[in-house]
Ligand binder design. Structure first.
Ligand code: SF4
Length: 369
């Protein structure tokens, strides 16, 4: 298959499903590490067509969901600062922090804007030289290059009222950390967007260390089914491998220009993940030389420990240790209209996906193997 349309073709999907059903014998737990994969799987009903031997669990692939409570609180602290305009992506402003959210701060008078990219925030800074514009950056290697471009443009343009609070995360250290945790994962569906930037071979050291089946997948239903089929074949044959099932977009070396741009502005730094704690070198901090654009330094922010909302299992959901229906707040105190945790806020969150697509049968969606 070469073009995106083929990956939506029902006949091809039927063939892939038949292949999976025929070849799958062992009970396996496969984790997707990408919010877009989560939505494709739920939206297209992939779980319902897989044999009982295959259990799919969602990992830390939703950028808003993995953003720690302490970071949300720091965003709110900045938003409350006089003369500051904070700009970020839509979902983030609804995530509850400790006692408030960016949305509530906006209702209380703070200047909080929703933008589609960091370049929009940069344009805002140019237009309003009297305001200090802070872009609150969350996301993985997929979005980091565009943030780096905005910071570079701000420096080249001599802009002094634009900065970035970087809460960006790196997928690889999180995968490594996940593999050290006491969670049974028999294979990974690796994220297509991130892989497009970092390249398929970036996973090689991790694969060599753990020999856990890994397949890079695209985002159409056929992409995901093809990747699951490959994982099943690896597992059934006892020959784990690192495969690229998304070659129409992902190359072995990735996007070198994006990597160079990212490396010119950011450097790996320790980061805190919701549900996973502090993971060495799993974040991206602004390099020395970019202090004037680093909101953490400008506002003297240090992250303060903040407990997750009472009763919220997002940390467990993100790491595949719990399913949303196992959370006692699910569909009760926590709904998309009144979210308690980020996994219900984000359009890519597992709780939001369960809310929308998982039938209310009392089934918790828990693996029984
Ligand atoms: Fe958190 Fe709500 Fe999900 Fe429970 S249902 S884990 S409270 S987001």
């Amino acid at each position: 298959m070469k073009y995106a349309e083929e990956y939506r073709d029902p006949e091809i999907a039927r063939r892939l499903i038949a292949g999976i059903r025929q070849e799958s014998r062992k009970r396996v737990r496969l984790m997707e590490v990408c919010g877009t994969h989560t939505m494709t799987i739920f939206r297209s009903g992939i779980r319902s067509v897989l044999p009982e031997t295959i259990y799919l669990l969602s990992g830390p692939g939703c950028p808003v969901c993995v953003t720690d409570q302490s970071e949300i609180d720091a965003f709110i602290e900045i938003a409350r600062t006089g003369g500051v305009t904070t700009a970020t992506f839509g979902d983030l402003i609804r995530v509850p922090g400790t006692g408030s959210s960016l949305e509530r701060e906006r209702a209380a008078g703070a200047d909080v804007r929703v933008v589609y990219s960091a370049l929009d925030a940069l344009a805002m800074a140019r237009k309003h030289p009297d305001r200090r514009v802070v872009f609150l950056g969350v996301g993985f290697e997929t979005t980091a290059p565009t943030i780096a471009a905005a910071v570079s443009a701000a420096r080249d343009g001599g802009l002094s009222n634009f900065s970035v609070f970087s809460s960006h995360k790196r997928v690889m250290p999180a995968l490594a950390s996940l593999m050290e945790m006491d969670i049974r994962i028999d294979g990974f569906l690796l994220p297509g967007h991130v892989s497009l930037v970092i390249g398929a071979e970036a996973y090689r050291p991790l694969f060599d260390r753990h020999r856990c089946p890994m397949v890079i997948a695209g985002f159409e239903p056929g992409d995901v089914l093809a990747a699951i089929h490959r994982l099943v074949r690896q597992i059934e044959s006892g020959r784990p491998d690192l495969e690229n099932a998304y070659p129409r977009a992902v190359t072995a070396g990735g996007n070198r220009k994006a990597q160079a741009l990212m490396a010119s502005v950011f450097t790996p730094a320790d980061a805190v993940w919701r549900g996973m704690g502090r993971i060495p070198e799993s974040g991206l901090a602004l390099r020395d030389g970019f202090e004037a654009f680093d909101a953490r330094r400008i506002f003297g922010i240090t992250l303060k420990d903040a407990p997750a909302p009472a009763g919220c299992l997002c940390g467990e959901v993100i790491t595949g240790r719990s399913t949303p229906p196992e959370c006692r707040l699910f569909r009760k105190a926590c709904t998309p209209a009144h979210p308690v945790g980020p996994c219900m806020v984000s359009s890519e969150g597992t709780c939001a996906a369960y809310y929308r697509y998982h039938p209310e049968t009392g089934d918790t969606g828990k693996d029984r193997s």
